[in-house]
Design a protein around this ligand. Sequence first.
Ligand code: SF4
Ligand code: SF4
Length: 752
Amino acid sequence: MTGEFFGADVIRNEITSHAKATSFLCPEADTIFEIGGQDAKYVSLQNGTVVDFTMNKVCAAGTGSFLEEQSEKLDISIKEEFGALGLSSKQPLDLGERCTVFMESQLNFCKQKGAAKEEMVAGLAYSVVKNYLTKVVEGRHIGDHILFQGGVAFNRAEKAAFESILGKKVQVPSHHDILGAIGVAMLAREEWETSDRPTRFQGFNLENRKCELSSFECQSCANLCEIHKVIFEEKKPLFYGARCDLWDNTEKKEQRQASRIPRLFEERCEALINAYPKESPDSPNGQTVGIPQALFFHELFPLWKAFFTELGFQVVVSDPTNRRIMRQGVENIVEEPCLPIKLAHGHVLNLLEKEPVFLFLPVQSTMEKLSDDFAQAWNCPLAQSLPYILLSSARIKEALNPPGGKKPKVLRPVIHADRGQPWLKRVLKRIAQDAGVTSTSLINQAIQAGFEALDAFNDWQQRRGQEVLNQLQPGRKAIVIIGRSYNTCDPEMTLNLSEKLRDLDMLAIPLDFLPLKSVAKEISAAHPNMYWKSGQKILGAARIIAQDPRLFGLYVTNFNCGPDSYLLKFFSEETEGKPFLTIEIDEHSADAGIITRCEAFIDTIWNASTRGTSQAIPLVSISSNHTNSRHIYLPYMIDHGYVLAAAMRHCGVDAEPLPPSDELTLGTGRKYTTGKECYPSIITTGDIVKKTLAPDFDAEHAAFFMPTASGPCRFGQYNKLHRLVLDKLGLQQVPMLVFDQTNGYHKDMTAL
Ligand code: SF4
Ligand code: SF4
C-alpha cells in the first residue's frame, strides 16, 4: 500500500536495501548488525552481496524499544545520558540475556538493592548485545569489518559492548539510522536507469494526494478477512488484508496465471485427498467416522480414508484450516503447546459440529521408519499424546457430551507404525471391531485398500518429485520447505508460503518429494540415535540440499517446538556453507514479515555458495581405549553422578564428577545454545565448556561422559549437541562417551 501511495517503481526488502547502502558506503564491510526500534537483523556480505541473513523472531529484548522503556524506568534520557553513563561504568551488572521479562525483573531487583545507575545502564547495554548475539546471530559467521546500524547504533555504550564482547572493532557508519532508506533509493534509481518504463513516483507533495480508506469483512469464506480498501485519486480501488487472491488486482492475477511454476503443494493436497478416489462406501453401513484435518492427517489420510470407506463408513473431515478453526483452537487449550497442537483443538471442535458417529483420534506413537537403518521412528511426546490433551479441554469434553444430543464414540488406538505391517494389521483389526465391524474378509479387504492407498500416495510423491528435479535446469534454484507435513502442507498454517514464493518466481518443493530413502543410510550413520521420524526426514533433506547446487532449505518451525530446538542446529550443521531460512510460525504470524524474509532469502540464494560442506557429526562409543587412557568428566545432573564416578574409579577408570552448576555454567551454556533446548542440556553444555576453559584441562587426555536414550523426549540428543559444541571449540579430539539406554546400559558398562 505504501508503494502504491508513493508510486514506487520498485519494492525491495529491508535486508537487500541495507546491504546495498552498506556496500556503497563501505565496500569492504562483511557483516551488518542492525538494531532498530522493533526488530533486529544480521547480514553477512561477500563482495557487497548478501550471503546470509537473519532477523529476530519474537523476543524484543534485543531492540531499541526495550532500551527506551528501561531508560524511562531508570529516569534517564536514552538520547542524552544512556551512552555516557554506560561508558562510565566500572563494573557492569549481569542482567542476563534471556528475555525482556527476565532482564526487567533482574533490573528491578538490582534497583531495589541500590545498584548504581551507571552499572545498571552498562548491564543493559551488555544484555542487549548478548541477546542479539545469541538469539539473532546464533553462531553465524561474524567477519572483521562489522558495521553497526539502526537507531540503537546512536548509543555509544552498545557499540562499546559489542567491541568488548567480540574483541573486534565495530564501525558505526554515517546515516546509520536511515541506511535502509538510502539503499532502497539506490535500488529504485538503478531500476529507473535500466528500465524503459516511465517512473510512477508521485513526487514529494504527497500531503495533497487524495486517499480514501475504508474496510469491510469478506464473507466469501470462513476466514472472514478484514479487507482494507484504498482509493488514490479516483483510481481503481486497491484491497489489502486478504488471505487468498480474491481481492488481488487484475495485474497480479494475470501475472499469477502466466507463471509456469507448478503449484506442488496444491498438487500434494489433491493427491492426499484423492489417492483413494471413492467419496462414499459401495455398501454404506449408515455410520460416519470423523477425522480432524490435523497433525498426521497430512500424511496418513489415504490410509484412514480407504480403510474406513471400505468398511462401509462415510468419512467426514473437519473443514480446511481457517481463522475460525485457528481461533477456536487457540482459545480452548489447557496448557501453552505449539501451534499444531492448538490447531488440532480447533479442528476437533469443527468436526464435532458435523456430529460424526465415531471420532477417530489415534495415539500415533510412531511412524514407519525412513529405513531399517533406524531403530525407531517416534513422534514427539506432544504429538503422541494429542488425544489425551484434546480430551482434557473443557470445551471438547462438553462438545463430546452434548446435553440430549448424540455422543460420538472416540476411537483411540495406540499406533506403532514402526513395528511393521503385521503389527499394524492387528491394530487395524481391533479398530474395525471397536467400530462394530465383525466380518473378517471385509476387515482384511479394508486393510489392504488402506495400505494400497497410502503406497499410491507415497509413490506419487516420489514420482512427481523426481519429475520436478529432472526438469529443474542446472542454473535454476528451488526452495525445499522443511518441516513436518502438518506445518508445511497446510496452506493456512504457513500463510500460503508456497504461493508467496511462487509470486516471487521461486519454486517451492515439499520435503516428501525428495528421494529421502536414498540418503537414509548416510543419515543413520551420522545420527544413529535419530529416533524421531521427522528428524530422519529433515536431516535426509538437509543432506540432499547440501549436495544439490539447485536446492535451498526453508525451515518452517513453531514457537515451543521441542524437537526443533535440536533439529534446527543439526540441520544447519548438515547444510553448513549454504544459507537457509527459518520461519517460526505462531498464531500471530503476519504476511508482511514472511514476505520480507522470503524476498531477502531469494536475493541471498542467488549470491550464495551452491554446495554445503556437511560433515557427519562423529560420536564415540564407550571402549576401553578411551577409558584406560583418559580422564573422564561427568557433568553434574544429579547426585548419582558422584556414585557413578566412584563406581568407575573402583573399576580402575579415571573418572571425576564436575561440580554442581553455577551462574557461570548457565551463562556459558547460553552462549553455545539457542536457549530453546531443555534446561539440563543448556547447563551440561555450560559445565562441559567451562571445564574445557579451565587451566588444568588436558584435551589430549580428557573425555566427557553423557548418557543417552532412545526417545521420544529430547534427552537422547544432548550428547549430539555437546559433540557439536566441542567441535566448534576445535576440540574434535575430546571424545563424548555415551552410555546408551537401548542396551540397558549393560553393554557400555561392561566396556568400562
Ligand atoms: S480468504 Fe479470501 S475469500 Fe476467504 S475471507 Fe479472506 S479474502 Fe475472502
Ligand atoms: S514436533 Fe514440534 S510442532 Fe510437532 S507436535 Fe511436537 S512440539 Fe509441536
